[in-house]
Design a protein around this ligand. Sequence first.
Ligand code: SF4
Length: 331
Amino acid sequence: MSGIYIHIPFCSKRCNYCDFYLITNLNVIDKFILNLKIEISLSGESYTQNQFDTIFFGGGTPSVLSHNQIEEIINCLHTHFSISSDAEISMEANPEDFLDKKVSDYRSAGINRLSLGVQSFVDSELKFLTRQHTSEEAQSVINDAFKYFDNINLDIIYSLPSQSKTDLDFSLSKAIELGIKHISAYTLTYEEKTVLYKSLQKNLVKRNPDLLEAELYSFVSEKLISNGYDHYEVSNFAKKNYQCRHNLKYWQYENYLGLGPSAHSFFNNTRWNNFRDIVKYNASIEKNILPVEELYEVSKDQRHLEFIMLSLRSGGIDFEKYKNLFNVNFK
Ligand code: SF4
């Protein structure tokens, strides 16, 4: 079974640490959806023999789209791809989007797993990360979301400059107390070209030393494991039966198709990426050409390495699968 990733390249504002491909001009959403549907129909022609059991709306912030727009995209995927009836359909969302939109509407639109960009339950940390919600707003959205979704992930960012263990503990404890089934906990990274990176260069912020970051990593891992979460990937923790089926496709070296600007795909040993530019993306689709910027076949040597690297990042090396894939005994 394969997965489909849809990149929704819109956010109402860019956070200071973010280097994902996105734009903040929400006026072009309608045009984007029109072109995304064309991309779905064009690529669907090549996958008539494949079955898909996960769809992941990432971004950007997919929840800037209305529930009707999300439903339109899901319906289009059903028209052009063979999607399993029990498919996991995830959507990334920001808490502030549910202050004026109903979370229940997205459930009715077909989403069955919600991934909320909460990042922290400490207001000063949210402010540092230039997020647009408060801790209280996030908690109220989560409580409301639980009425319609059982499968909820929270993204948490830690190792902020001068973050205390007590504050990190507070955020993790809050997530546990709220009954969250899946937590993706990432250390803060300083990506070139971001506002945060510039602040680092100007010595306005101080990056944590590696040793402290490692200590915090162990702290997160121990805290979540002792509360019943399985540490199933470097940055991911889940209660039993709540692992993210879509993300497992990346780590278990399965096929996935990425649609939308900057999306990456890996299918039948070929890897490619779409234009990381909505203007080029639209121009290509308007000529009825798939918006692929670069495509290459992954060599056998490279595949061996990738399989091992991804396995070590998650559940360990599956020797049986290795033998089936490469026709050679790992040992
Ligand atoms: S909401 Fe997420 S995708 Fe959007 S700018 Fe912030 S970190 Fe980046």
